[in-house]
Design a protein around this ligand. Structure first.
Ligand SMILES: CC(C)=CCC[C@@H](C)[C@H]1CC[C@H]2C3=C(CC[C@]12C)[C@@]1(C)CC[C@H](O)C[C@@H]1CC3
Length: 378
């Protein structure tokens, strides 16, 4: 694929937008309380800017031009996606925005942390190392990995609100010495070359316009001999773009998750090699014989309930649970308590959930394709 044209960065514009939309809500206690104090005009602008790429663009006649338009605006698209989705993510998932594997009876947050430890262990993060987290969200994984290993993590993120939330949580937990959060487009990193001992990315580089582009940036900032580990979102090689059902699943995941151009496993492996990495390991962890599949919390299926805490997780994703939550969001919007766009965002996340579950069940999609690559010494 031809190299992507990069979007021009404008940090002052983004900071002003962040202030207009989120005000002081980055300091709110949780996702729900943050959700109700947004700037209405700015939120409407984020909704319009994001959904212009998806509304009235069905999978049956998806065009190369539509995909190209999304890819050309990858940074704006992703930034506005997270302007809209971050509070809902925190309310419904916590502060680590990723999936994970589940063993028998394993509580949700324990499984999430184990997935982070596994990556940190797999790339050999040690005390005192300088580590980069590419696309760090609100810093859940960075905090966990800093505590688990004793390393220093720099989190890179293109969304000011998430940076503010991540910084707030780090201060609250007394971890500011081990963590730094930097705003920037990961396709044009400002770090000098050979800066980091290790780099990881957890379900974030899928937002890049090309995988070769983002992996090349990571390669550049990694020290020679340093290791990069990623949990990548990919369509499996079973995915057939000429099959409408497959395409609907891929497009639903892209729309509901702020992705301009999701690739297949084979393309990701090629991208690692093209960026210069020596590929040490690659494996689809979704193929392991686990007790419960990674997508169970989104499935709404009662059979997956193992602990008391799982009851709410499952019930809210059932047909009735969703109907109640989404109609309530609509009602709160109508009476002016919730800002316009809240229901539209919730509906889009529900589409994402359905397509993620379908993609996982049918083995067309994985959110945990593990790749580990080393930057050669010479
Ligand atoms: C977008 C990428 C690359 C990664 C994020 C992965 C997950 C953390 C999210 C994917 C779909 C999200 C949904 C929710 C939380 C975060 C995700 C699982 C909700 C459960 C949040 C609460 C809403 O009511 C329903 C959402 C469904 C989708």
């Amino acid at each position: 694929m031809a190299p992507a044209t990069l979007e021009k960065e404008d940090k002052a514009r983004d900071a002003a937008f962040n202030k207009a939309m989120h005000g002081n809500s980055a300091k709110a206690k949780g996702g729900i309380s943050a959700m109700f104090s947004k700037g209405a005009d700015a939120k409407k602008a984020a909704v319009d800017e994001y959904f212009k790429h998806w509304d009235n663009k069905p999978a049956e006649n998806e065009t190369a031009e539509e995909r190209a338009a999304r890819t050309a605006e990858y940074a704006t698209l992703t930034r506005h996606y997270y302007n809209l989705a971050t509070d809902l993510y925190e309310y419904g998932w916590g502060q680590s925005f990723h999936f994970c594997r589940f063993s028998a009876g394993e509580p949700f947050y324990q499984a999430i942390a184990r997935h982070e430890h596994y990556l940190a262990h797999s790339i050999g993060i040690k005390e005192g190392m300088k580590v980069l987290d590419v696309g760090c969200g609100v810093g859940g994984p960075a905090r966990e990995i800093a505590k688990f290993t004793g390393c220093h993590v720099t989190g890179l993120n293109n969304n000011d609100y998430q940076i503010d939330r991540a910084t707030h949580y780090a201060e609250k937990e007394g971890l500011s010495k081990q963590l730094a959060f930097v705003k920037g487009d990961f396709m044009q990193m400002s770090f000098p070359e050979n800066t980091f001992d290790a780099v990881y990315a957890i379900e974030a580089t899928v937002h890049a316009p090309t995988l070769e582009g983002i992996y090349s940036q990571i390669f550049r900032v990694l020290k020679p001999g340093g290791v990069f580990g990623v949990y990548e979102w990919l369509m499996t090689d079973e995915y057939d773009n000429n099959n409408l059902h497959h395409r609907e699943i891929r497009l639903g995941i892209e729309q509901g998750d702020g992705i301009s151009n999701m690739c297949k496993v084979s393309e990701a492996l090629d991208a690692m090699h093209a960026a210069g990495f020596e590929l040490l390991r690659h494996e689809d962890l979704a193929d392991r014989d686990d007790h419960s599949p990674w997508y169970w919390p989104l499935s709404g299926e009662l059979k997956y309930i193992q602990t008391l805490g799982d009851v709410f997780t499952i019930v809210r994703m059932t047909k009735w649970g969703r109907a109640i939550a989404h109609n309530l969001a609509g009602l709160l919007e109508t009476v002016g308590i919730a800002p316009a766009g809240t229901k539209k965002t919730a509906d889009s996340l529900a589409l994402a959930a359905d397509c993620l579950v379908a993609g996982g069940r049918e083995k067309l999609f994985t959110p945990m394709y593990l790749m580990i690559g080393r930057k050669p010494e010479a």
